[in-house]
Ligand binder design. Structure first.
Ligand SMILES: [Cu+2]
Length: 279
């Protein structure tokens, strides 16, 4: 009797903890409401099955408790019961997986008007690269990384010259515009994660991974690394600021391009006035 009661209390406690818990998702700031819906569906299915199984256990513990002179039937096989359990489990697992597959297909199908933004991870900081006027990021290679070229941008590629380089500083994005996040790592596996965007993706050395999203509200959001990447992992934090179009352009004006960053070192000359920084 006591065991059955404990099992019932575990179910009631778990459901109450879920409903009353203060630890819930941060308010969403992207178009990925579908990811929240998928999580809610998963909670409903796993919660229902968990409650049903544990309550059934409690019922059995109580109903078939030890009684003097009572002997259990031995029934090793039940085709009917096995068919039911197989069908029920198959439907449950399909219902858990199917919504995720739909969301995943949208997550990696980038809209044509999305702007590419590159994120480069390294132990233990975040850097970013934005395209110039032609909207293209130049090619890059980890072998080209040097103190003057921290992201390894190919100096021979004309598309790379006007790329905006932001090393170990905040990333700004304009609100309401789709962005394709192109992810690279230059040492170990990291993972770009902004909880409010409901989006995360591993960054693997030697590979370029990506996802897309549209920021839906302005604000300051924290970037976390979601892969244990060494002793500084916990301090690998960054900031994304989602700005109005006007604020975003003002910020962009103050950033340096790859050509500006590499020119003084090569020629010893100042950058051209037309390309000079606003400050
Ligand atoms: Cu990391």
């Amino acid at each position: 009797m006591a065991v059955a009661l404990v099992l019932v209390l575990i179910v009631v406690g778990s459901v109450l903890f879920h409903v009353l818990s203060p630890w819930w998702s941060t308010p969403i700031a992207s178009n990925w409401g579908y990811i929240d819906s998928t999580l809610v569906i998963t909670f409903w299915i796993t919660g229902t099955v968990f409650s049903a199984v544990v309550l059934f256990m409690a019922y059995c513990v109580y109903r078939f408790r030890h009684k003097e002179g009572q002997k259990a039937n031995y029934e090793p096989e039940s085709r009917k019961l096995e068919s039911w359990l197989t069908a029920f489990t198959a439907v449950g697992v399909a219902a858990l997986l199917a919504p995720g597959l739909f969301v995943w297909s949208q997550f990696v199908t980038v809209p044509k008007d999305a702007t590419e933004v590159e994120v480069v991870a390294q132990q233990w900081q975040w850097s970013f690269r934005l395209p110039g006027v032609n909207g293209k990021l130049g090619t890059s290679n980890a072998r080209l990384i040097s103190p003057d070229n921290p992201l390894g941008i190919n100096p021979q590629d004309p598309n790379g010259q006007d790329n905006v380089v932001v090393v170990a500083a905040d990333l700004h994005l304009p609100v309401g515009k789709p962005v394709k996040m192109v992810l690279r790592s230059i040492d170990v596996i990291h993972d770009f994660y902004v909880p409010e965007f409901r989006a995360k993706m591993d960054m693997v050395p030697g590979m370029i991974t990506y996802f897309w999203f549209t920021p839906t509200r302005t604000g300051t959001f924290e970037i976390l690394c979601s892969q244990l990447c060494g002793v500084g992992h916990a301090f690998m934090r960054g900031v994304v600021k989602v700005d109005t179009e006007q604020d975003y352009l003002a910020w962009l004006q103050q950033q340096s391009t790859f050509a500006q960053l590499s020119a003084p070192a090569k020629t010893g000359a100042l950058v051209e006035p037309a390309k000079a920084k606003a400050d």
